[in-house]
Design a protein. Structure first.
Length: 255
């Protein structure tokens, strides 16, 4: 169909006149539809203006609130919690190095003294901070050293970390606690979780060995053999590998 864009166009024939009228009609319909759509959109915006502004306001307040919380609440809280960790950590380190009075030093680390917070105070007062998370680890290990195994499990289970060493040690510590509670099944699960957490020369052979010994105790010699052979093949330079041939022999007998 022809198009007629010039101003002052006058059709010369009846056919051109008919086409011209049809085109003008179509154009008018298009603009009419656009006008109606625009009007409906404007009406919707007008009717819902309060709602729209409210949503925008909530989003803006949320973003600003999050930024403000981080800057004025969480960051100072993290700093304060980290500062509080210095005091109990000293007692914890002294307890690890000491040959006597370990329990009293661990108690000071846990409960604090002289107006200073201990690990338990930091966990309660600074919940959600990195320091409180680390305090869960330290508290769990302190209780484990004090032979308070239920408490050790409780606190070590609260500790969360992607660190390849600390994460594995926490899971292995829970395994140790369950072994002392005469629960080798749960102990084995946590030893397996410990060496699966990361692969390194320190924690992996340590917990493969403990898992293997526990599996032997449960008379699962095939599983024990698998773990012992992994130590021999992958971690031949580790302390655990020194006597691993003897354990492999035990596991192979009737495996």
């Amino acid at each position: 169909m022809a198009t007629y864009k010039k101003r002052g166009f006058k059709p010369k024939t009846k056919v051109e006149a008919q086409e011209f009228e049809e085109q003008e009609s179509t154009t008018a319909e298009v603009f009419s539809t656009l006008d109606e759509s625009a009007s409906k959109t404007e009406e919707w915006v007008s009717r819902n203006q309060s709602y729209i502004l409210g949503v925008i306001g909530v989003i803006a307040i949320g973003v600003l609130g999050y930024l403000a919380y981080g800057q004025f609440v969480q960051n100072p809280k993290e700093t304060s919690a980290a500062n509080e960790m210095y005091y109990p950590q000293q007692y914890f380190d002294q307890a690890l190095a000491s040959t006597t009075a370990k329990d009293s030093l661990f108690t000071l680390a846990l409960e604090g003294a002289e107006g200073k917070y201990g690990f338990l105070d930091i966990i309660e007062e600074y919940s959600g901070t990195k320091a409180a998370n680390l305090a869960n680890y330290s508290a769990g290990m302190a209780y484990l050293s004090m032979n308070k195994y239920d408490e050790a499990v409780d606190y070590l289970e609260e500790f969360k970390s992607d660190d390849e060493i600390l994460g594995a040690l926490a899971k292995g510590g829970i395994g140790d606690a369950f072994m002392q509670l005469n629960d080798p099944k749960n102990a084995l699960e946590y030893y397996e979780a410990a060496f699966a957490h990361s692969t390194n020369e320190y924690t992996t052979p340590k917990f493969l060995y403990k898992a293997g010994v526990t599996a032997l105790e449960m008379d699962d010699k095939s599983k024990a053999l698998k773990y012992f052979e992994r130590i021999k093949n992958e971690f031949s330079g580790s302390d655990e590998a020194r006597s691993i041939d003897a354990f492999i022999g035990i596991a192979k007998s009737g495996a």
